[in-house]
Design a protein around this ligand. Structure first.
Ligand code: SF4
Length: 266
């Protein structure tokens, strides 16, 4: 990586401009993922993720928690991106892989498998062999926040990572699913900054909401879909059922041009 630049030496990993400085310099997703994983730009989230890692839940006391930012997961030529909220304290923050090891991820990966976008319906740890086909799962905030609530300042600090990830995916990216209102609200400004003509006022979030962003000189056309987040609050109450999520992901896969496969049950 280039260690010099017009603004002088690169910031330390714990400086607030580390993401903005480093993200745009990454030439590929592997490099970006490595830079994300060493970010310490949000003091409150760094303290939280490390405190949680130092005090595992009883069920996970044999685990060595990841305790760092969790990069996106999936192939670098994905045509479909799924954008969530942030890693869970004892999920992604434990396993080091997005949506892996928590109930939301169990629901999401089972649905991706049912649509033919994942090699298996379960995700338990980084080396479990799970592969995603044509889809990349990521989040606008890469560190587990207390009570799953990042502050506006933390969201803004982390935004360059998602912007760079979508930029690197953009040659082949055709559709994005935003999970929950937070994912939707976090995603649209990033897409606007990346060059897609996002209308103002920004369209409201809803399950099944679709936003077609036309191609511009720099970008191919992109379809944005809203889905309720597969949190237990939504899945336990039936607000989001498995069939609803499968139907939405099937629609997203079609819009992304991904091959159709026979429905599979977990
Ligand atoms: S939330 Fe994002 S910007 Fe903040 S420390 Fe984690 S990776 Fe860095």
């Amino acid at each position: 990586m280039d260690e010099t630049g017009p603004g002088g030496p690169p910031p330390d990993t714990d400086e607030v401009d580390f993401p903005a400085h480093q993200a745009a310099r990454c030439g590929g997703l592997a490099e970006l993922d490595g830079e994300i994983a060493r970010c310490r730009a949000c003091p409150r989230l760094v303290a939280w993720r490390e405190q949680v890692a130092a005090h595992p839940r009883a069920a996970f006391r044999d685990w060595e928690y990841w305790g760092r930012p969790v990069p996106g997961f999936g192939p670098s030529d994905a045509a479909l991106a799924v954008v969530g909220l942030a890693p869970a304290a004892h999920g992604g923050n434990r396993t080091g892989r997005m949506f892996t090891g928590d109930a939301s991820g169990d629901f999401l990966f089972a649905a991706l498998h049912a649509v033919g976008l994942a090699s298996r319906p379960t995700a338990t740890h980084r080396d479990d062999g799970l592969e995603l086909y044509g889809v990349r799962v990521t989040a606008p905030v890469h560190c587990a926040p207390p009570e799953n609530k990042p502050t506006p300042a933390e969201r803004a600090t982390c935004r360059p990572w998602l912007a760079a990830e979508l930029e690197l995916l953009s040659p082949g990216l055709r559709a994005v699913v935003a999970l929950g209102a937070f994912g939707w609200q976090a995603l649209l400004p990033v897409l606007g900054e990346a060059g897609w003509p996002v209308p103002r006022p920004r369209p409201a979030f809803g399950h099944g909401a679709e936003l077609a962003l036309p191609a511009t000189g720099r970008r191919p056309a992109l379809q944005v879909l809203g889905s309720y987040h597969p949190s237990q609050r939504n899945t336990f109450t039936g607000k989001l059922t498995f069939d609803m999520l499968v139907a939405l992901l099937t629609r997203a896969a079609e819009l992304a041009g991904l091959p159709r496969t026979a429905p599979r049950r977990p």
